[in-house]
Design a protein around this ligand. Structure first.
Ligand code: NOJ
Length: 562
């Protein structure tokens, strides 16, 4: 078992996307009041912590990842007093609270960016962001060829106060999200202060948005990478001038010192989970370990296909790489940026192929656009997603549950264009559907939309979610919700689960994964078409689906007591 001060090494963290979680004031958008009302639900679910996606004041050009004030709460979500109440109430129930830190960019409505717009080129106000003159005869070409991750150029030209076209500013995401200049000590100090503001308010940790992007090559050279100018690029590559620059690790070491300085507070030192996409894995784990951040999302897990061999290789590689830096591995099946697992696993291609070396060359760069065109068998996907949950929760390290995974929610793949909000949908002229389909408000109760939200929800819910509301699943012992509850309750009581070793049982064929956790627990997942017999002398603790006599059918996982 892990010491209480090291709770993060094996914590199960539930991601709340506030706009879509629970609606306390009945306006069709989630809010903090709703989050407070659902704390008993989360307590009963049995998670250890929550991670709240941005709740700060924001024009919502990118779902809150465009922050206009880092020290307040957006009125649509409530007030700072509501946030304090949420944190206190969560703590009273034994739940830790992690919030999102968005340090790569602000909103274009942030007072510092507004000041930069009215200040002259070369001013201190502009030096907090990346302003540059354009190329070409009259500066009408962007300063370099960098792509925005949401498509198009990463540069936007401003109109100077005199009304003439002027300099350009860098935005690796939407134009409404100008990138901070982390070479400027004022920016560094501002974020030190933001960290302390929230740590002093009692939060237990921070999830760091695009942690590998903060620092740019100071010369802002052209990128040698070929990119699809329509789709932008999330792909990391050796020699990139905007990903994984050495200075990033120095900033994070500085933050670690701040978090550690809270060690003597009642909650203990505060923690970080980084959203870094550094590739390969050996590069990624430089972000974590003693003196660095505590943990990092394991996106190889999220991207892996649903096969025994890919998952086996991904698990082995992840554990080995993290052990080398004394950091726990994390396991992630979904988040607010990716198609829901219950839909991904119901497609003919379920993800990337992993080998002992990592993602195969052929599938490495598959993105949303490749996968979303495939047809979905939701019933199959849901069945696999439940098995995937038992696999995830039996692995050593921490685990993340994206809101609604515990209900088996599917991606809403038929949202009409008129309701779409994700900037990546618009910047790609609708060629990729973007991330709205995983952000549809949760179905809590009742038999028709808005399913416990107060009014028309900000994204429409499918009518067939009537069968999978939290209320509908509550009393059904075989529901997805109750599989999660049972597994999380066992995880709390069984010392074998959480951190510690995993020992593969190699006696099974290629379509079965089976491993032991000590003392006395095994996890078996059947990926094959035919049922496999339960090992002799074992007792089923929890199963993701109905067993056939003494056999585990296709796409079912079980936890066994030995
Ligand atoms: C990653 C976040 O998870 C995503 O939602 C956001 O669009 C980008 N970072 C930019 O902040």
């Amino acid at each position: 078992m892990t010491a209480e001060s090291e709770w993060w090494r094996q914590a199960v963290v539930y991601q709340i996307y506030p706009r879509s979680f629970a609606d306390g004031n009945g306006d069709g958008e989630g809010d903090i009041r709703g989050m407070i009302e659902k704390l008993p639900y989360l307590e009963q679910l049995g998670v250890d912590a929550v991670w709240v996606s941005p709740w700060y004041p924001s024009p919502m050009a990118d779902g809150g990842y465009d922050v206009s004030d880092y020290r307040d709460i957006d009125p649509r979500f409530g007030t700072l007093a509501d946030a304090d109440e949420f944190i206190a109430d969560a703590h009273a129930r034994g739940l830790r609270v992690i919030i999102d830190l968005v340090p790569n960019h602000s909103s274009d409505q942030h007072p510092w960016f507004q000041a930069a717009l009215t200040a002259p080129p070369g001013s201190l106000d502009r030096a907090r962001y990346h302003f540059r003159d354009g190329r070409g005869e009259d500066g009408n070409l962007p300063p370099n060829n960098w792509p925005s991750l949401f498509g198009g150029s990463a540069w936007e030209r401003v109109t100077e106060p005199d009304g003439k076209p002027g300099q350009w500013y860098l935005h690796m995401f939407a134009p409404e999200q100008p990138d901070w200049n982390w070479d400027n000590p004022e920016v560094v100090e501002e974020f030190d202060s933001i960290l302390r503001f929230w740590f002093d308010r009692g939060i237990d940790g921070l999830r760091v948005d695009v942690a590998d992007a903060l620092v740019k090559d100071r010369d802002l050279p052209d990128t040698p990478q070929e990119h699809d100018s329509e789709y932008g690029t999330w792909k990391r590559f050796e020699g990139s001038p905007f990903w994984d620059q050495p200075g990033v690790l120095l900033i994070q070491q500085r933050w670690r010192v701040i978090a550690d300085s809270y060690a003597d507070s009642p909650q203990g030192a505060r923690v970080f989970c980084s959203e870094a996409n550094a590739d390969p894995l050996e590069k990624l784990v430089r972000y974590v370990g003693p003196g660095q951040l505590h943990s990092t999302f394991n996106f190889d897990h999220l991207h892996s296909e649903w096969t025994a061999s890919s998952l086996r290789h991904m698990i082995d590689r992840s554990i080995t790489a993290h052990q080398a830096v004394s950091a726990p591995t994390t396991w992630v099946l979904g988040n607010h940026d990716s198609a829901r697992v219950a839909s991904r696993y119901g497609k003919p291609i379920t993800g990337r192929v992993y080998t002992t070396l990592g993602a195969s060359e052929e599938t490495k760069h598959w993105g949303a656009e490749d996968l979303e065109r495939q047809p979905t068998d939701v019933a199959l996907g849901r069945r696999r997603a439940r098995a995937a949950a038992l696999l995830e929760l039996a692995l050593p390290g921490g685990a993340y549950i994206y809101q609604g995974e515990e209900l088996g929610l599917n991606e809403v793949e038929d949202l009409p264009a008129a309701v779409m909000q994700d900037p990546s949908f618009f910047r790609n002229h609708g060629k990729i559907r973007g991330r709205d389909g995983c952000r549809v408000p949760l179905p809590w109760s009742g038999t028709e939309p808005p399913f416990g939200f107060g009014a028309d929800t900000w994204l429409p819910q499918p009518a067939d979610w009537a069968q999978i509301t939290a209320e509908a699943q509550d009393g059904d012992p075989s529901s997805t919700l109750n599989v999660y509850r049972a597994a999380l309750a066992l995880r709390r009581t069984l010392p074998a689960l959480g951190e510690g070793r995993l020992l593969w049982d190699e006696s099974w064929g290629p379509d079965v994964l089976c491993f032991d956790r000590e003392p006395g627990v095994s996890c078996l997942v059947n990926f094959g078409a035919d049922p496999v017999a339960l090992p002799a002398g074992t007792r089923v603790l929890v199963a993701s689906g109905e067993l056939v006599g003494e056999s585990v059918p296709s796409d079912v996982a079980v936890w066994l007591a030995r």
